[in-house]
Write a protein that binds this ligand. Sequence first.
Ligand SMILES: [Zn+2]
Length: 77
Amino acid sequence: MPAIRCKCGEILRYGEIPNPIEWLFIGDTAYDTLSGAIDAEYLYRQMKSFLRCPVCKRLWVFWDGFDNDPSEYTPQT
Ligand SMILES: [Zn+2]
C-alpha cells in the first residue's frame, strides 16, 4: 500500500478506500464547469487529494496526483 512518512514520523497510507486521513477537494473554477446531476466517479476524477496527519495535523497536498511528491502545509497553531 503506498505511503509517505510525515515529518513527525507517522506513516501516512494513501491506498486505503475509504481513507480516513484523505480529503478530496476541487478548485472553484473546475467546479464551475459542472452542472446538473453529476456522476460520483466523474466528480471523484476531477478532485485532488490531501492527507491530514492524525498526529501533527500537517497537510500533504497532492496537487499533481499521487505519482508526484506532495506539498507540505504545517499548521501554525
Ligand atoms: Zn505528522
